[in-house]
Design a protein around this ligand. Structure first.
Ligand code: SF4
Ligand code: SF4
Length: 571
């Protein structure tokens, strides 16, 4: 059957067709929809895990039990899962395992644009990279065969354009595959005596995989004009075909290990060969290390997302790219939604002149003007650990800010450190009852599983209490005055404290009947209300105005008005 699928949907479909029984993931753009689609197949147990490390470890357990399994995550998620990832290479699999990882060249929704391919080199794990949704499905199916034949997890590397672009896919049937559980301590207990014996096996496996890649049909030469050629993979293959339709191409479906003989053969046939790849010179480094002469990052950028124009321009310095401009359309930076409960927290922090060490989620937008009330963002959980380091070193009037989903992801152990070391820190947990930024996925605090089943919610205040933290406050962020009062009390305390800002995200809240409006008689046009950064507010003829269709009735802007000109009304 032919259907239109995104790359993420196709990976999920490929896993289902391959007989996968177990899937685990943590949401993160651009990989979220892989698990969201796996959830729809009744034959697959699919779950959101609190973080990527837990997801991958659960998948390893499913493999040991004999089931085929998949873990999916975004590139920075693999940092969190790197610990089991590296040693999983040693144990190998029982049931086949695919780890689908989506990179974000151009940083559309990430804190960095690291290249996942560096991990497969470090772990000696084979990797496939699809160029469209059909390949995303086919490569996923193929990856399970490679996984079980070579006793290795297999990584499917995606990028945003492949994950989110829909192309036509021919689907297949599901094949059930299952093995007996594998109880073999020498293979699965990685203490030094056993691990020492596994490492040479991993290197041996790598050599066999290299031989295998030479004859693999997904590594293919397309010989046309032999004066210019490209070695490429993934979505960049599509850009090359568009930019240089007559050039020769060596398209690599398996990106690690590389078919060095095939590459050499291609380079011998073609006069000038470019290696074109987004982000790091991964293929290029491997090829040049084998002594094969190619041109790579000498001409192509090492950052950002490519397109056909980038490739043309990089090769031909005289090439003039065609730019499409839309006159009159101003750039709009991302912003918190009208009524977002996080807005009240940032207005309170700003008014109290308290610095905030942040984390990743919608609330990171609190760093952007006009709110400008968040002062760091490194990785998930980092704000809480940084708060401990900063306050222990004497920094005053500083708090940590972390969302509920992120708290369960990696904030828990950071808070445990604060409690254990009796740090004079104040941690704000912004509990909006969902994983908002990636599209309202449930998490351990919501009381619901990925399949929509009810479960026991884990409450952040109970976690903090279990750690021995005595100062725990729960505050409504719409009540800015109360929030400031609680903040002042807690930052002046010299013991660990937690403030839970609790109000559900507007995406999971019924629209209230109350909206706010501006009394034009009272408004003096000072624009202070605009400093809360709500898109429902604008200036019209020198006075503030609120769009009643956008207003969510939070009343935060009214807190900033010196003339009490912003008043409650009915929709
Ligand atoms: S206009 Fe004011 S009351 Fe309405 S949603 Fe925006 S900040 Fe809240
Ligand atoms: S803060 Fe008040 S007085 Fe100033 S522009 Fe806004 S509504 Fe008008």
């Amino acid at each position: 059957m032919k259907v239109l699928l995104s790359g993420n949907e196709a990976v999920a479909r490929g896993a289902w067709e391959a007989g996968v029984k177990f899937a685990s993931s943590y949401p993160g753009t651009p990989s979220t929809e892989i698990l969201e689609n796996l959830v729809r197949y009744p034959e697959i147990y699919a779950e959101w895990a609190p973080n990527e490390k837990v997801a991958l470890e659960a998948v390893i357990g499913a493999s040991l039990s004999g089931k085929r399994a998949i873990a999916s995550m975004k590139h920075v998620g693999l940092n969190v899962a790197a610990d089991p990832f590296m040693t999983f290479s040693y144990t190998g699999v029982n049931g086949g395992v695919v780890i689908a990882v989506a990179d974000d060249p151009g940083l559309y929704s990430s804190q960095n644009e690291q290249d996942t391919r560096n991990y497969v080199r470090a772990a000696l794990i084979p990797a496939l990279e699809p160029s469209d949704s059909q390949e995303a499905l086919d490569f996923t199916r193929m990856a399970y065969e490679i996984s079980e034949t070579y006793d290795t997890p297999v990584l499917i590397r995606l990028v945003t354009r492949i994950s989110h672009t829909k192309t036509v896919v021919e689907t297949g049937e599901r094949t059930e595959k299952e093995k007996e559980p594998e109880i073999n301590p020498e293979k699965w207990v990685m203490l030094p005596a056993y691990a020492r014996k596994r490492h040479p096996l991993v290197i041996e496996r790598f050599k066999r995989l290299t031989l295998f890649s030479e004859s693999l049909e997904i590594n293919r030469m397309e010989i046309k004009d032999t004066s210019i050629g490209f070695i490429t993979s993934g979505v960049v293959y599509q850009y090359v075909k568009e930019a240089f339709p007559e050039a020769s191409v060596l398209k690599l479906g398996m990106i690690y290990p590389l078919p060095q003989k095939l590459i050499r053969e291609f380079v011998e046939k073609v006069k000038t060969v470019y290696v074109v790849e987004e982000l790091d010179p991964f293929l290029e480094t491997e090829i040049k290390a084998a002594g094969i002469p190619v041109i790579g990052k000498e001409v192509f950028p090492r950052t950002g997302e490519f397109n056909p124009d980038v490739i043309r321009k990089s090769i031909d310095r005289n090439y003039r790219p065609q730019t499409v401009s839309f006159p009159g359309i101003p750039e709009r930076p991302p912003t918190l939604c009208p009524g977002c409960p996080h807005r009240g927290v940032f207005v309170a922090l700003r008014k109290a002149k308290i610095r905030a060490l942040g984390d990743i989620g919608c609330y990171t937008l609190g760093a952007i003007p006009p709110l400008s009330a968040l002062h760091s963002c490194i990785c998930m959980g980092a704000g809480v650990s940084m708060e401990h380091g900063a306050t222990t070193c004497g920094m005053e009037r500083v708090v940590a800010v972390i969302g509920d989903s992120t708290f369960f992801h990696t904030g828990v152990s950071s808070l445990m450190n604060i409690a254990y070391n009796r740090s004079p820190s104040t941690v704000l947990i912004l509990d909006n009852r969902t994983t908002a930024m990636t599209g309202k996925q449930p998490h351990p605090g919501t009381g619901e599983t990925a399949k929509g089943e009810k479960t026991k919610p884990v409450m952040p205040e109970e976690v903090a209490k279990a750690f021995g933290i005595e100062r725990i406050r729960v505050v409504d962020p719409y009540n800015v005055e109360e929030f400031i009062r609680v903040l002042e009390e807690e930052v002046s305390e010299k013991e660990p404290s937690v403030i839970i800002s609790r109000r559900p995200c507007t995406l999971i809240t019924k629209r209230p009947d109350t909206v706010y409006r501006v009394d034009k008689e009272l408004c003096i046009g000072c624009k202070r209300c605009l400093s809360v950064g709500c898109i429902a507010l604008k200036m019209e003829d020198g006075k503030a105005e609120i769009d009643p269709l956008l207003c969510f009735g939070c009343g935060i802007c009214a807190v900033e008005c010196p003339k009490d000109a912003i008043v409650e009304g009915k929709r």
